[in-house]
Each structure stands twice: as structure tokens, then as C-alpha cells.
Design a binder for this molecule. Structure first.
Ligand code: PMP
Length: 440
């Protein structure tokens, strides 16, 4: 043991040996409540019999057939089911192996779409600060997390970033939520005009920002105005639902809350739910037909894309989610978890904000609740809370505040859709014990 290149090279990680429902067990039999699904992945919990059976049965039939030669039954069935439940206009699915790959595919598809229509100038992508879109170099270029980007500058893709819609941090006293949403969205129009609309290919954002800002949903009307701006200037709207999609926010696609249909949408984590690595990029008929009527094929490809076993797992996950009506359960448990967190931490001097949608909820930790001043980043509050909670047998997803002090540390909760009363009690109790260090 010890030769796996660990993600955090200095830390010695326990060995995960088993999973059952909402729990993971290590080599010593210690139990961890997975209150973040790793990174919003294991939405059906661990050891789901239906998904495991589906994978086994697919292995017996066919494990791999290269997508350059064949499509497969599970890939076709999963694509049909996704489209039947997707936002209006979404008509084609391109399977990949994860979130970054889905984002890369989306960025390339947007570019190719413009090229197919005879427009070779539209290469610039606009994204938002404090967002995360993946770790491959194209997706990293779109990401707006300065400390992740800086070591790898210069980026390879021409991109620029606008400030996100961040109701807790943006000052908008005296303005309605709707007026603020509109104003924040207009930052995109200003950026398009600055770059020159004729050069802009796409705008990419997460409908509910996950990892980097902590479950921040946009203000009312924000995404609708974004949609209008994109339409007005011929810019494609790419929604990154890798983390917030697949039922996580209480609707299958997070953008359903905003009643907005994207041109391209990326999903991943909850699609394979931890049983298989899979992601997908879905696009509208308009985009697909521009390519179909042009060069005829998407200039992209990955060896393992549309892997039959990954698609069989995704199909079982989505079928199970829909048949068991787990998304309704997400909404129900969300209310319960949010109430429990508000009861316990609502007046906590260092909890500035408790926010989120569905089972995608974060607490933003601040030095001073009244001024919203973040903790000194050198205190690495997020990492210490994660460690304390982990020692108590609770997994939560921590993120530092931004280096430029734009937001505080936060703790993201994204538990499995199957959580019950006792799990909610355990989350709040163990989090409360972990927070005791903030009083020191
Ligand atoms: N987009 C978003 C919004 C994400 O949260 C992530 C992963 N945290 C990714 C893209 C990248 O996904 P992956 O790690 O599967 O490549």
C-alpha cells in the first residue's frame, strides 16, 4: 500500500473498503456519513442493488464497443430517457467520461457550430469569476478560481470573466431581488460589447454554483436575462450542470427552476452516481443540425465515450431516480435539512449565510457576521472543519474563501437523495461539534 499518487501528497488517507447506503467504511471499520456524496456524486447512496445489477448484467452481455463503430443499447436508451426529461429544445446527447470532458466537448461544439455557419471569428468564451468547470486546460481556462488558474497561466483558450451573481456578497440594498438579478446579468452584455459580439462564441455558467462559491443560486430573473442577451448577440448559452444537475437541486436539470433552456448543457457526477465514470453534453436540435448540414460530424472524440457499462449504470441511476420519485424526496429532505441547519446555526456568530437549493446547501463562514468579513485565509478554516468532521465520521465538502477576500470559507453539504431523519440529525450534530473550533 502507499503507491497510489494521492490527491493531497502530504496527507495519509484512510482506505475505503465498503459502502452501504449513506455510509462509507474504512479499513478499521470506522463509519463515515457521506454528507457530500464525495463531491455531489453518490446521489443514490452506496451499494444500490439496482445499479449494481444493471452493471453486472451489462458486463455479461458486452463491456466495450468503440463508438467509432457502434452505438449500444444502453447508450441509446439513456440518451432517449435524458432527452425525454431535458429542457425544451434539447435533442442530442454526446456521452463522455466525466465533467471536464463534457465541458471541453461543449466549448469545442460551440466553436464548431459557428464555423459550420461560416463564422470563423467567434472563438472567445465568456465565463464567470469564482466558478469551476473542471481541471483540463480548456475547462480550467473557463474556470474563474484564481488560485487554481494562476500556476498554469497563460491559459490556452481566449476567455474573459465577469463577476458572478452572488446575492449574499453583492451590495444591493434598496434594490429588489429581480432588479439586482437583471443588473448582474447585464454584466454579460457589457462584456460582450467590450470584446465585440462578432468574436464571442459562448457564455458558460453554473445555474447553481457548486464547489467554488457554495451552492449559490442566481437571483430571480438572472438566467432569463442571460438567455435574452445570448440570443440578442448570437452567443451560445452553455450551462454547466455537472455538479448541480441530475436532481441535486430538486429538479432533474437545475435550470428548470429558472425556466431557461440552454443551447448546450453538461452533466456528469450524479449521472453515474459513483457507480461508473460518465458525463454527457446535451445540445439543441439547432446546433446539431448546423453540424449535420455542414461537415456532418462533431470534430471531437474520446476512446471511452459512450462506454456501454457506464451508460448501463447511468440508465439504471436515472430510471431508479425517476421511478422512485427521489427528486420529490430531495425537495422534502431539503426543507428539513435547511430548517435543522437554520435552527442550529442561524444565529451562529461565524455563520454568515446558509443557502442552497435542494440537497445542495452550503454554510459560508465569516469572521464577523455583521460585516461579512471573511476569516484570514491563512487560518484555513474550511480544511480544519473538514478534518474535524472527518474525525467524527462525517464527510462534508470544504472550500477556502477567495484569495482576494471576495468570500468566506464555506462548507458544502450534498447528501444522498435517500437520507432520512437520523442522517439529518447526525449531520447537524457532528457539524456543530466541528464548528466548536470557531469559538476559540
Ligand atoms: N464542472 C463543475 C461545475 C464541477 O463541479 C466539476 C467537478 N467538481 C467539473 C465541471 C469537472 O468534473 P470532473 O471532475 O468530473 O472532471
Amino acid at each position: 500500500m502507499g503507491h497510489v499518487f494521492p490527491r493531497h501528497t502530504k496527507s495519509k488517507l484512510p482506505t475505503a473498503v465498503a459502502g452501504d447506503g449513506c455510509y462509507i467504511f474504512d479499513q478499521n471499520g470506522k463509519r463515515y456519513l457521506d454528507a457530500c456524496c464525495g463531491a455531489a456524486v453518490s446521489c443514490l447512496g452506496h451499494s444500490d442493488q439496482i445499479v449494481q445489477e444493471a452493471i453486472k448484467s451489462q458486463t455479461d452481455k458486452l463491456s466495450f464497443a468503440h463508438s467509432g463503430f457502434f452505438t449500444s443499447e444502453p447508450a441509446e436508451a439513456l440518451a432517449d430517457l435524458l432527452i425525454a426529461n431535458a429542457p425544451e429544445g434539447i435533442d442530442r446527447v454526446y456521452f463522455v467520461s466525466g465533467g471536464s470532458e463534457a465541458v471541453e466537448a461543449a466549448l469545442k461544439l460551440a466553436r464548431q457550430y459557428h464555423l459550420e455557419r461560416g463564422d470563423d471569428q467567434r472563438s472567445h468564451v465568456i465565463a464567470r469569476w469564482q466558478s469551476y468547470h473542471g481541471n483540463t486546460i480548456g475547462a480550467l481556462s473557463a474556470g474563474g478560481n484564481k488560485w487554481r488558474r494562476e500556476p498554469f497561466m497563460p491559459m490556452l483558450v481566449p476567455m474573459s470573466h465577469i463577476d458572478p451573481c452572488y446575492p449574499y456578497r453583492d451590495q444591493y440594498e434598496g434594490e429588489s431581488d429581480e432588479a439586482y438579478g437583471l443588473r448582474a446579468a447585464n454584466r454579460l452584455e457589457a462584456e460582450i460589447l467590450k470584446i465585440g459580439a462578432e468574436s464571442v462564441s459562448a457564455f458558460i455558467c453554473e445555474p447553481v454554483v457548486g464547489a467554488t462559491m457554495g451552492a449559490v443560486a442566481a437571483a430571480p430573473g438572472y438566467l432569463k436575462r442571460i438567455r435574452e442577451i445570448c440570443d440578442q448577440y448570437g452567443v451560445l448559452l452553455i450551462l454547466d450542470e455537472v455538479m448541480c444537475g441530475m436532481g441535486r437541486t430538486g429538479t432533474l436539470f437545475a435550470c428548470e427552476h429558472d425556466e431557461v433552456a440552454p443551447d448546450i448543457v453538461c452533466i456528469a457526477k450524479g449521472l453515474g452516481a459513483g457507480y461508473q465514470p460518465i458525463g454527457a453534453m446535451l445540445c439543441s436540435k439547432g446546433i446539431y443540425s448546423a453540424i449535420e448540414n455542414g461537415s456532418g460530424f462533431f470534430q471531437h472524440g474520446h476512446t471511452y465515450q459512450a462506454h456501454p457499462m457506464a451508460c448501463a449504470a447511468g440508465l439504471a441511476v436515472l430510471t431508479s431516480m425517476l421511478e422512485r420519485d427521489l427528486i420529490t424526496n430531495v425537495r422534502h429532505r431539503s426543507e428539513q435539512l435547511m430548517n435543522a441547519l437554520t435552527d442550529t446555526f442561524g444565529q451562529h456568530p461565524h455563520v454568515g449565510d446558509i443557502r442552497g437549493r435542494g440537497l445542495f446547501i452550503a454554510l459560508e463562514l465569516v469572521k464577523d457576521r455583521d460585516t461579512k468579513e471573511p476569516f484570514d485565509p491563512a487560518l484555513v478554516i474550511h480544511a480544519r472543519i473538514k478534518k474535524a468532521a472527518f474525525e467524527l465520521g462525517l464527510m462534508c465538502y470544504p472550500m477556502p474563501g477567495t484569495i482576494d477576500g471576495k468570500n468566506g470559507d464555506h462548507i458544502l453539504l450534498a447528501p444522498p437523495f435517500i437520507i432520512e431523519d437520523q442522517h439529518i440529525d447526525e449531520i447537524v450534530d457532528k457539524l456543530s461539534q466541528s464548528f466548536s473550533m470557531l469559538d476559540e
